[in-house]
Design a protein around this ligand. Structure first.
Ligand code: GTP
Ligand code: MG
Length: 184
């Protein structure tokens, strides 16, 4: 882990259409909820001095409407960390995390890969329940998932935290569980 000299952290957001990927990115950048968003945000570079870990951070959006699966696979290959976004108010988008998005990452990078994944449940402003119980189950089945967070692009809840967790997953990865088990 040569943390000190890396060129930056490249964060890819992917997930079902309409879950709020573009809104999350533009909320982070403008610190307010954008009512109108394009389908895909331009690649954004956050200068090191304003990031918690002091590394330049590149944030990459994905949109099914504008990009092919091949283009997505290329972005997966180039990313240091991947945020899979779902909407807490749309169960299908959470189901697709395990039925589609995690398998797509594995089929691109290999069954065992070292790109950390963060599960991001957006739109918590719309519900009064949590999806954490389901998500913790998923985390046990997929060791590549580093952490999970529920947030809202609308209220800005946990938005900066989400991007901080992504940076941290790259710069200070935690040892996967199976390594701890091997010591016994
Ligand atoms: P695609 O580009 O089609 O893949 O969608 P996307 O994932 O980029 O979603 P987008 O940011 O375009 O948001 C979809 C819709 O959800 C828009 O109407 C947003 O205003 C709305 N939205 C996004 N985030 C939130 C949120 O946190 N809360 C609420 N209530 N609405 C949100
Ligand atoms: Mg979008």
């Amino acid at each position: 882990m040569g943390g000190g000299h890396r060129r930056g952290v490249r964060i890819l957001l992917m997930g079902d259409p309409g879950v709020g990927k573009t809104s999350l990115i533009l909320s982070l950048v403008s610190e307010e909820f954008p009512e109108q968003v394009p389908s895909r945000a331009e690649e954004i570079t956050i200068p090191p001095d304003v990031t918690p870990e002091k590394v330049p951070t590149h944030i990459v959006d994905y949109s099914e409407r504008e990009q092919s699966v091949e283009q997505l696979r290329a972005e997966i290959n180039h990313s240091d960390v991947i945020c899979i976004v779902y909407s807490v108010e749309d169960e299908d988008t959470l189901d697709h995390v395990t039925s589609h998005w995690l398998p797509l990452i594995r089929s691109t990078l290999g069954q065992v890969h070292h790109t950390p994944v963060i599960l991001v449940g957006n739109k918590v402003d719309l519900v009064d329940y949590s999806t954490m119980e389901i998500v913790l189950q998923t985390m046990m089945e997929y060791p590549e998932i580093e952490t999970c967070v529920e947030c809202s692009a609308r209220t800005l809840k946990n938005i900066s935290e989400m991007f901080y967790y992504a940076q941290k997953a790259v710069l200070h990865p935690t040892a996967p569980l199976y390594i701890l088990e091997e010591r016994d």
